[in-house]
Design a protein around this ligand. Structure first.
Ligand code: AMP
Length: 532
C-alpha cells in the first residue's frame, strides 16, 4: 500500500498504472471496465465499519482501490466541528492496509486549494472554482442548516474524480442527499464514472455508524438509537399500506419525542433522486431525519420502496438463465424483461445500417439515438414482440446473422450504455424478472432478489451437446464443447467490459443435476422466503 499526500504523486501513479493496464484495452471500452478498473472511496477518515464496507465492495469490484482521506474545510461552516473533527491517520492507515487498499490519498487542505483562503464566513470564496449542484437539491434537508455544505462536497469530489480517474466511486446510503447530488453531478457533467451506493452499516442498537459517534457518551448512544427505531416504525406503517407523507412523518415524530434528549432538526419525505418533497409515495420515497443529541448532529434515513420487486438473474453462458428467467416470471406473475432481445434488436440495427462492426464510434452514434419497444410478457407461450425505431423486428432478430454478431455488439461500451437507460426505465415500476451477465451488478443493483446461476463446465457442455444433437449435429464431442466453454468463461471473467462477476449480495445456485423446473422452483421459493 502507498500513501500519497500530493496531487503530483497521485497523478503520476494513476497515469503510470493506466498506461500499464490499459495497453490491452480498446478505446471504446473503457467505461464501466473492470479489467484495469479503478475504484475510489472518498472519506474524511476516522474510519469505521461503514467506511470499511465501501472499501470491501471497491476491493471486490476493482483492480486498483484508492481511498481518499480528506477533512474537507469547504464543507464545514465556521460554526461547525472542522477543527475538532477526529483525525486518526495512523489507525486509518492500518485499517486500509488490512482491507487491501492500494493507495491512500491524504492531501492537506492547501494541496487541494481548499485552505483558509478557500472560505469566507458562510460562503466559499469566489477565488476558488466551485461546483454548484442544483439549488433544489442543495437547499433542502441538511442543506437548510448547512448552507454551502454540498457545494463544498461537490467541488472536492469533482477534484478527486479528476485526480483519481475512477471507473467507480463508492458512497454510503447513510448520506442519501450526498449520493443523490453526486449522482446528479456525474450525469450533468458527463463523468464516465459509475456511482455505487452501499447500504448503511449500523451498531447492534440500530444507530448508524458515523465518525461523529465518537462525540457521544454511552448514554447518548443509547438515546440516539431512537433515530433508527423511529424510521423502522414508519416503515412498519408503510409496509402495512400507508403512503401519505404527513402520516409517516408524524409516526417518526411521535417515536422521536419519546426520548427527550433527542432534538429534531427535520423529518422529511422526498423523492430519492430529485429530493423534491413528496405528498404521497408512488414508486419510492426517502424518509430522512436529522437530530441533535447534545452538541452532536446525527442523520439517518430509509428508502421506502413502493415498486414491485425485481428479480435479477446473472451467471455464465449456458447456465440456463433465459429459460429459467422466463419460467420464474410466469410462475410469479411478473414481467420477463428480455434483455437478450434488446441486444439483438441493436445488432439488427447495426447490421442494417451497414456500419462495420468494429467502427465503435459510428455504432455509438447510431445506438445512442435509437429507441426500443418491447411488449411485456408474463406467459410462457406468449413471445415478446420487439420494435426498434418503430419497426417491428420480432422475427428478424432471430436470424443467423444477428445471432453470429450479437455477442460482439453487446461487448461495446456505448451499446451497453444505450441499453442501460432503457432497461432501468423498466425497473422504475419493478415487477420484473431480468437476466443477463451484469443485470444484478450493474443494471439493477437494488434488485430485491439476485441470483447467480452456475453450472460446471462439464454440465454445460453436456447440455449444449444435447442442443446440437436435437439440431441433427451428432459429431461434436462433450470434450470439444467443454474446452470452448472453459475458454469462454476465462474470456468472460477477464474481459474489460461488464465482466462476469457475482454481485456481492447474490445467491449462487449451481444447476448441475437440476432440471429447469427444479431451478425455477428454487428461485420461486427464495422469492417467497424473502417475503417479496
Ligand atoms: P465520511 O468520512 O463521513 O465523509 O464518509 C465517507 C463515506 O462513507 C461516505 O460515502 C459516507 O456515506 C460513507 N459512510 C459513512 N458512514 C457510513 C455507514 N454507517 N454506512 C455506510 N456508509 C457510510
Amino acid at each position: 500500500m502507498r500513501l500519497f499526500t500530493t496531487v503530483a504523486a497521485l497523478r503520476c501513479y494513476v497515469s503510470l498504472w493506466q498506461t500499464k493496464n490499459h495497453s490491452l484495452v480498446k478505446p471504446s471500452r473503457e467505461i464501466n471496465s473492470h479489467f484495469g478498473s479503478i475504484g475510489l472511496v472518498p472519506t474524511m477518515g476516522a474510519l469505521h465499519a461503514g467506511h470499511l464496507s465501501l472499501i470491501a465492495r471497491a476491493r471486490y469490484e476493482n483492480d486498483l482501490v484508492i481511498v481518499s482521506i480528506f477533512v474537507n474545510p469547504l464543507q464545514f461552516a465556521p460554526t461547525e466541528d472542522y477543527q475538532s473533527y477526529p483525525r486518526t491517520l495512523d489507525r486509518d492507515r492500518d485499517l486500509c492496509q488490512q482491507a487491501g487498499v492500494d493507495i491512500i490519498f491524504a492531501p492537506t487542505a492547501e494541496e487541494l486549494g481548499a485552505g483558509e483562503q478557500g472560505r469566507q464566513g458562510e460562503k466559499l470564496l469566489l477565488t476558488r472554482t466551485q461546483v454548484l449542484p442544483p439549488e433544489t437539491m442543495t437547499s433542502v434537508l441538511c442543506g437548510k442548516s448547512r448552507p454551502g455544505h454540498f457545494q463544498g462536497v461537490a467541488t472536492i469530489v469533482t477534484q478527486l474524480f479528476n485526480l483519481a480517474q475512477p471507473n467507480k466511486a463508492y458512497f454510503g446510503q447513510k448520506d442519501a442527499q450526498q449520493v443523490a447530488i453526486i449522482q446528479r453531478l456525474v450525469r450533468d457533467l458527463s463523468f464516465p464514472i459509475e456511482i455505487v451506493t452501499c447500504p448503511t452499516v449500523r451498531d447492534a442498537s440500530g444507530l448508524a455508524k458515523s465518525s461523529r459517534n465518537q462525540y457521544l457518551t454511552l448514554e447518548q448512544k443509547e438515546q440516539a438509537a431512537v433515530l433508527y427505531r423511529s424510521l423502522q416504525k414508519a416503515k412498519g406503517a408503510f409496509d402495512a399500506g400507508e403512503r401519505h407523507s404527513e402520516t409517516l412523518k408524524v409516526i417518526v415524530k411521535k417515536e422521536l419525542a419519546i426520548v427527550k434528549a433527542v432534538v429534531v432538526e427535520y423529518i422529511e419525505l422526498v423523492e430519492p433522486n430529485t429530493l423534491m418533497p413528496l405528498e404521497k409515495i408512488e414508486d419510492g420515497g426517502l424518509l430522512a431525519i436529522a437530530c441533535r443529541v447534545g452538541e452532536t448532529r446525527l442523520i439517518d434515513n430509509l428508502v421506502l420502496k413502493a415498486r414491485q420487486p425485481i428479480v435479477a438473474i446473472d451467471g455464465p453462458a449456458g447456465a440456463g438463465k433465459s429459460t429459467v428467467a422466463r419460467q420464474v416470471a410466469a410462475a410469479l406473475g411478473l414481467v420477463y424483461l428480455d434483455t437478450g432481445a434488446m441486444y439483438r434488436a441493436l445488432t439488427w440495427l447495426v447490421l442494417q445500417s451497414a456500419i462495420p462492426i468494429d467502427d465503435y464510434s459510428a455504432i455509438a452514434e447510431l445506438v445512442s439515438k435509437c429507441s426500443i419497444q418491447l411488449t411485456s410478457s408474463t406467459q410462457l407461450d406468449n413471445p415478446v414482440r420487439v420494435w426498434i425505431n418503430g419497426e417491428e423486428v420480432t422475427s428478424a432478430i432471430r436470424s443467423l446473422e444477428v445471432t453470429a454478431n450479437v455477442s460482439e455488439i453487446a461487448s461495446q461500451s456505448a451499446v451497453r450504455q444505450a441499453l442501460l437507460q432503457q432497461q432501468q426505465q423498466w425497473g422504475v415500476k419493478g415487477g420484473l424478472v431480468a437476466e443477463g451477465r451484469d443485470i444484478g451488478t450493474h443494471v439493477f443493483p437494488d434488485a430485491e432478489l439476485k441470483i447467480f446461476l452456475t453450472a460446471s463446465v462439464q454440465e454445460r457442455a453436456r447440455r449444449r451437446q444435447q442442443d446440437f444433437y436435437q439440431q441433427g449435429q451428432l459429431e461434436i464431442t462433450v470434450e470439444q464443447l467443454a474446452q470452448n466453454i472453459a475458454a469462454r468463461d476465462r474470456a468472460d471473467s477477464t474481459r474489460e467490459l461488464a465482466p462476469l462477476q457475482k454481485a456481492i449480495d447474490a445467491i449462487e445456485i449451481c444447476t448441475d443435476g437440476l432440471s429447469i423446473t427444479q431451478v425455477s422452483d428454487k428461485i420461486v421459493s427464495l422469492y417467497h422466503k424473502h417475503q417479496l
